[in-house]
Design a protein around this ligand. Structure first.
Ligand SMILES: [Mg+2]
Length: 284
């Protein structure tokens, strides 16, 4: 059944759709099935590379579009668009940092796949995919505070930023998950709404975004409905942003994802008839 109203869902992966520890999305299965049934596009939005996201999608078939490297690169229907900085800019900036700081500097773009595997703790196959970067480059270095400050200044000069993730300082563009989401909505509007009946073509996408970390805030801020997924290990949850339609999911990970998506769809398009079968039987 095609949806009668244009809705698109944007989701972070780790700790949001995927369980923080097991990477399973099983608990989100009912809502995921409902999206497929309603032809609602689901877009993965992640700091992972496109190669990593494509690999996940080959085995799961969950996503209609992919946004990788924190918004720097977008893939829809086989077309890849790079919005982040050119790799030459990233390389030139990294080389300038390398000659300015006092510690040795290597990066995912300069070392072998085996070294990426060692540095990340990933199996070689996964390390190869993590190394296929379009527009961001995690540095491999042991910086002092003054090296970080200097590197930040050099990055800024080239219109780049140095972002501290879990383990690495990553050299990347000023693009964010929010900007990439806006661009993806424009592209979805062309491909999805083209096929819609004429009277539906003028409508805009209603967007739902789900995330669990500070780098998801620009994406949540852009969405009509924002869902903050609480942390599995930190019991206190504080709203990450002010948003008129923010809800904090009742549970962490895919179970909270499932409940939040189903509740919002119930609110926008009405309850799922499949979940009401039992009561119909009772009253029938
Ligand atoms: Mg996350």
């Amino acid at each position: 059944m095609p949806q009668s109203r244009a809705i698109a869902i944007f989701t972070d992966l780790d700790g949001t759709l995927l369980d923080h520890d097991t990477y399973s999305w099983t608990d989100a299965r009912p809502a995921l099935d409902r999206l497929k049934q309603l032809s609602i596009p689901l877009i993965a939005v992640s700091s992972k590379t496109l190669a990593e996201l494509e690999h996940i999608n080959q085995t799961s078939g969950l996503f209609d579009g992919l946004i990788g490297e924190n918004g720097g690169v977008i893939a829809l229907n086989g077309n890849v668009e790079q919005y982040g900085p050119a790799s030459e800019t990233v390389d030139r900036t990294r080389e300038e940092i390398k000659s300015a700081v006092t510690v040795p500097v290597e990066s995912f773009r300069t070392v072998s796949q085996e070294i990426i595997a060692t540095e990340t703790g990933l199996p070689l196959e996964d390390a190869i995919r993590a190394g296929q970067r379009h527009c961001s480059d995690p540095l491999i270095w042991q910086p002092a505070a003054k090296d970080i400050a200097l590197a930040r200044k050099i990055a800024e000069k080239h219109d780049l930023t140095l972002v501290k993730g879990g383990r690495f300082h990553t050299l990347c563009g000023p693009s964010s998950k929010g900007q990439a989401m806006r661009r993806m909505v424009e592209r979805l509007s062309v491909t999805w709404l083209e096929d819609a009946p004429e009277n539906k073509r003028q409508q805009r996408f209603t967007t739902i975004a789900l995330g669990d970390s500070p780098n998801d805030i620009p994406m949540l801020a852009e969405a009509d409905y924002a869902v903050q997924i609480p942390s599995k290990h930190d019991k206190r949850t504080v709203a990450m942003l002010d948003h008129p339609n923010l809800r904090i999911a009742p549970r962490p990970g895919p179970a909270g994802w499932n409940k939040a998506v189903n509740d919002i769809l119930d609110q926008i398009i009405g309850p799922d008839p499949n979940t009401n079968k039992n009561s119909e039987v009772l009253h029938g």
